[in-house]
Design a protein around this ligand. Structure first.
Ligand code: FEO
Ligand code: CA
Ligand code: CA
Length: 621
């Protein structure tokens, strides 16, 4: 693909890391936001002093979505819409009377991480690949959360998570889904997949269904994501523990790979185990070891088998953000979203080769897994996780219980690491620590340099620079980019790069566009929003930060009850695709807090929103 001369020069001059990516990537996928790959026809004005140039939107408590003046937002692919496989397009039913088989070929619930893979050189046609994180059982089933339990109901729940691949195209009326599409695909909780890397075949991965320990049915709890330099999609299995359970209570001798991850009989959120016995940990404890991984998907081949890449370590997986080392290997940055959990990095043994996925099929199976230690004075170390600690005799043990290995290595317990983003030119890395209200409580870890607020209800964003600007380094410098919260609240200790920043709380989603604008998405809980220190900030929202100026501006506010998470700016920077997750989130008594997007008394539905400037310009500038 042709690159504008200025963009080429910028990349080569400013970052060896980015330059290597640009050289290796090639092809359409490389322009879909791969770190360092310059946009095909982006203007070379990403960091103009006054950007972001839009008029910020005010906080909102309305059951609607708002974008700045001069922008328009269009809906795509709401929960229950057909994915588009030819001959399998059952329509949405407002009463949720669709079957499990229908749900397997429709949009899942709770859209999260997402990426755009162009199919055409003009970027006006492509694939959107997106995660479906969890289910709201009360909305999913026609008879609500307390309906009669059955295997059909379990299957519908399993089919409502996973990943969608949809084809979209831009026309005079805006972006539309292509129906049907030969590219369309649903991957869900029962899709066959392969297990690869150090844990494949290990005793702890073997089950009655798969004695070889090298294959598994399904992925679910899919939260944040990543894109490899060779154009595959990485989906992250986050809160898998909520779907495993069983009768009775947790025995005292529960294996560490279950205990350390919160898997236990009686600990389930949804009673799948009653009708699908592989989720009964009292009968099949190893099944839970086969979740919590990064799963690699080739979006261009709807017949390909997804692969769980165990070398990257098992966690409540949050982000698998790729960068390149100076010598052309891949580095994958990952968070583990639990209170006092860790930030990880995987560095491959081998260099990325030109030739797409076919040339890099095993690249994520060999390498070194690290966890981060944040020291005082803005210094940090990557600690290699290796066999040797008690209970961690083999590399398989280490990756299956990566949390235990990071404990043993002395990594820094963080305030719930969520998304990680790499600056496309500088290679600087940003991570959201969404909140941790238990920080500093009696018996819990105290505040430290990188997690400096007790009872951290509003979260913060840290950035680090690898030593020598090399993603393979084992040392880094770090600082705090923002302490989120409302500075108007006495004692909040909120701190932003500039005094006039638009305040936000609980940062979660994070995305750099190819021009270096940082898009920040929030996931304030209902309790925080309505009763806590963030009440004045209204519904969850999305902001745009310009690192050259330090300015942060509120770009979007979401409808009631939603979180905003997962976004991607197209290579031409003219469209921003954003996911609106769990609008109208239900309360414990079964009521909904809103009815977006269809209004009236309808079931609220997660959806993609395509945002463009009405004048066709670059978004965020
Ligand atoms: Fe699914 Fe931690 O966000
Ligand atoms: Ca998240
Ligand atoms: Ca969150």
């Amino acid at each position: 693909m042709q690159q504008p001369p200025d963009a080429d020069r910028r990349v080569v001059l400013t970052s060896g890391v980015a330059a290597v990516v640009a050289l290796l990537a090639g092809g359409c996928a490389a322009t879909g936001g791969t770190p360092g790959a310059p946009a095909a026809d982006a203007p070379d004005t990403p960091d103009a002093p006054d950007a972001p140039g839009f008029t910020p939107v005010p906080p909102s408590a309305a059951d609607s979505l708002a974008v700045p003046p001069g922008y328009e937002a269009a809906l795509l692919y709401k929960w229950g819409d057909p994915t588009g496989m030819p001959g399998a397009m059952p329509p949405w039913r407002p009463d949720a009377s669709t079957t499990a088989a229908d749900q397997a070929v429709q949009a899942g619930m709770h859209h999260d991480g997402m990426h755009f893979f162009p199919l055409a050189h003009d970027g006006q046609r492509g694939l959107l690949v997106l995660n479906h994180e969890y289910t709201d059982e009360g909305l999913l089933h026609g008879d609500g959360a307390r309906g009669a339990h059955s295997l059909e109901r379990v299957r519908k729940s399993q089919h409502a998570m996973g990943v969608s691949v949809i084809e979209v195209t831009a026309g005079p009326g805006g972006w539309q889904q292509v129906l049907p599409s030969r590219h369309a695909r649903r991957i869900h909780g029962n899709t066959p997949m392969r297990i690869a890397g150090p844990a494949a075949g290990a005793p702890a991965m073997r089950t009655a269904l798969n004695p070889a320990g090298d294959a598994v049915l399904g992925t679910f709890a899919n939260c944040a994501m990543g894109v490899t330099p060779w154009g595959t999609y990485l989906t992250c299995e986050e809160n898998f523990q909520g779907y495993f359970g069983g009768p009775g209570r947790a025995p005292a001798d529960l294996p560490a790979s279950l205990r350390r991850y919160g898997v236990a009989p009686g600990g389930q959120w949804v009673d799948w185990w009653q009708h699908d016995e592989r989720f009964d940990v009292t009968r099949h404890p190893n099944e839970a070891n086969r979740f919590g991984w990064v799963v690699e998907i080739d979006p261009m081949d709807p017949t390909s088998t997804p692969v769980k890449r165990t070398a990257l370590g098992r966690k409540r997986q949050e982000s698998a953000t790729c960068s390149l080392t100076r010598d052309g290997r891949v580095a994958v940055y990952m968070g583990d979203d639990g209170r006092f959990e860790y930030i990880y990095k995987f560095v491959s043994r081998d260099r990325v080769r030109p030739g797409g996925y076919a040339a890099n099929r095993d690249l994520l199976d060999h390498g070194t897994l690290y966890a981060a230690r944040f020291d005082t004075g803005g210094r940090g170390q990557w600690l290699a996780l290796q066999p040797g600690a008690p209970g961690l005799a083999t590399l398989a043990d280490v990756v299956i219980n990566a949390r235990g290995a990071a404990d043993a290595a002395g990594a820094t317990p963080m305030d719930r690491p969520e998304w990680i983003a790499v600056h496309p030119q500088s290679g600087e890395v940003f991570v959201t620590l969404t909140n941790n209200t238990q920080r500093g409580l009696p018996g819990r870890p105290a505040v430290d340099a990188a997690n400096p607020r007790a009872g951290n209800g509003t979260g913060h964003i840290i950035r680090w620079r690898e030593a020598g600007a090399d993603a393979a380094s084992t040392a880094f410098d770090w600082d705090i980019f923002a302490l989120a919260g409302d500075p108007a609240v006495p004692g909040s200790a909120a701190r932003y790069p500039t005094a006039d920043a638009d305040a936000f709380g609980a940062p979660d989603g994070l995305h750099f566009d190819s021009g270096g604008l940082l898009w920040i998405q929030t996931d304030m809980s209902g309790q925080l929003m309505h009763k806590g220190p963030l009440a004045r900030l209204g519904n969850n929202q999305m902001l745009c930060a310009n690192l050259a100026t330090g300015r942060i501006r509120r770009f979007m506010t979401g409808p009631r009850g939603c979180e905003i998470t997962g976004c991607v700016v197209t290579p031409d920077r003219r469209t921003l695709f954003v996911n609106i997750q769990h609008p109208g989130e239900t309360s414990d008594d079964g009521g909904t807090s809103g009815h977006w997007p269809d209004g009236g008394t309808t079931r609220p539905r997660s959806a993609i929103v395509a945002v463009r400037r009405t004048d066709g310009g670059v978004v965020g500038t």
